[in-house]
Unconditional design. Structure first.
Length: 59
């Protein structure tokens, strides 16, 4: 395999990784928005979630 082929293969790998990271970022933003909507609709559930987080963090 020549240097040009190796370079092209690496470039394609980096592009694929960038696409995956972009997709993960989009999903995280969507999930964050969904979670905020749920928190507004169910404040008690949010409080319970925060309490569980605090307990996990303290342990």
């Amino acid at each position: 395999m020549g240097m040009k082929d190796q370079f092209q293969e690496k470039t394609e790998q980096f592009q694929q990784q960038a696409k995956q990271r972009a997709q993960q970022g989009k999903e995280q933003v969507q999930n964050r928005g969904r979670r905020q909507d749920e928190d507004r609709e169910h404040p008690q559930r949010r409080r319970e979630s925060e309490e569980r987080f605090d307990q996990d963090y303290d342990a």
